[in-house]
Design a protein around this ligand. Structure first.
Ligand code: NAP
Length: 278
């Protein structure tokens, strides 16, 4: 009989992670004899965990805050997305070597493919925020060959660093975002503004063109104030939950051999959790 396949998500803290719910749903749906568990690994415990990995105990897993960059430095090889983004969120073994990938850009693009497929024909994008998630979004937008990309951030120097890392991307301060909107086809929020407990983004969407697409990668609440404003204006708007769900697909397929689906059932399960109904 084949060995039970075990996967994980490591982070610190990790109790809040919704990844076990997503992968657990797929394991059950496909009747796979496997497991996916959240493991709290603090920075001083990372070495020991990576050793455990090389012993073959796991088929692979996910990596989240605060380990994404450190694991990026420690893997034997990286896929193209992880190389460009500078962070690893997915691990697997290949011929006894630990390989690191990044599926966040895939998740961002797949979410827009599902929610606003014409995004791939857009001419310009404005990305708000210059943190870890912005790097994945910039990689996705460049891979889709969006011609003009600007990254605007409160700390303008961080936008400048991203512009250096992603050639062709223009940096700006967050205060300039409003004046850039009239020339923006896709507006992406990657700042934590609009998240539960945080103030909303201070932007007037009236000047966006009627064909503009607005997406927020913040997904708690599901409809952020930015997305509500876009909906009220009749603009295409895509919430951030799909990015979280889609980024999980390539890892599951790699570890368990089945490409899972981001179905309405899965979405409803996670929405209920976000809304505190489980
Ligand atoms: P991060 O690295 O901490 O970056 C946070 C960003 O938000 C920075 O650009 C920061 O600007 C900006 N920011 C924070 N507070 C601000 C304020 N008061 N005013 C203006 N800007 C502010 O975080 P991250 O990992 O990129 O994640 C960002 C958000 O995306 C989080 O809400 C996270 O939950 C969400 N996320 C969603 C997904 C998904 O799958 N949907 C995936 C990853 C992340 P400064 O540089 O000036 O500090």
């Amino acid at each position: 009989m084949a060995e039970r396949r075990q996967a994980f998500v490591i982070g610190h803290p990790i109790a809040h992670s919704r990844s076990p719910m997503i992968h657990g749903h797929w394991l059950k749906q496909h009747g796979i004899d496997g497991s996916y568990d959240a493991i709290d690994v603090n920075p001083t415990g990372l070495d020991a965990f990576l050793e455990r990995l090389s012993s073959g105990e796991f088929v692979g897993g996910n990596v989240t805050i605060p380990h994404k960059e450190e694991v990026w430095r420690r893997v034997a090889r990286r896929d193209e997305a992880a190389g460009a983004i500078g962070a690893v969120n997915t691990l697997w073994m290949e011929k006894d070597e630990l390989v690191g990938g990044n599926t966040d850009a895939y998740g961002f693009a797949a979410n827009l493919d599902a929610g606003a497929p014409r995004w791939r024909g857009a001419g310009s994008a404005l990305v708000l925020g210059a943190g870890g998630a912005a790097r994945a979004v910039l990689h996705a937008l460049r891979s889709a060959r969006i011609g003009k990309i600007t990254v605007a951030n409160r700390t303008a120097e961080r936008a400048g660093e991203l512009a250096l890392a992603f050639p062709g991307v223009k940096p700006a301060g967050l205060a300039a975002a409003q004046s850039l909107l009239s020339r923006t086809d896709i507006l992406v929020n990657t700042t934590s503004l609009g998240m539960k407990g945080q103030p909303p983004l201070d932007l007037d969407l009236e000047v966006l063109g009627d064909d503009a697409i607005v997406t927020d990668i913040v997904y708690a609440p599901l409809e952020t104030p930015l997305l509500k404003r876009a909906r009220d204006r009749g603009l295409a708007n895509v919430d951030g939950l799909g990015m979280l769900l889609h980024q999980a697909v390539p890892g599951f397929e790699r570890w368990f051999g089945v490409r899972p689906e981001v179905s309405p059932d899965l979405r409803a399960l996670v929405v209920a959790d976000i809304e505190g109904k489980r």
